[in-house]
Ligand binder design. Sequence first.
Ligand SMILES: [Zn+2]
Ligand SMILES: [Zn+2]
Length: 103
Amino acid sequence: MKQVNPFYKSKEWRKCREKVLIRDHYLCQQCLRKGILTTANTVHHIKPLEDYPELALDEDNLESICPTCHNKEHPEKGRGKKVEPQRKRRATVMKAEANPERW
Ligand SMILES: [Zn+2]
Ligand SMILES: [Zn+2]
């Protein structure tokens, strides 16, 4: 059930992404702020693409980022602290409890 925004496949994005990585010297900007040098392989939208589609290719809204920092920026993608996925998990548990082995 992975949803990939078709925008990320566009030529414009690939070009823009490349530019930002070069601008940032392929270093994670978030790690850099903490004084750590980490290779970035992702370009992150500081203001989320979904909310600010007009900033999709705005270099000021983009920063190079490493996977670790990126996961922190998008907790909903991993096992973050957001409340939403918990509801789902609980529903699964309830289902399991409602189906005891009968024989
Ligand atoms: Zn980082
Ligand atoms: Zn991102």
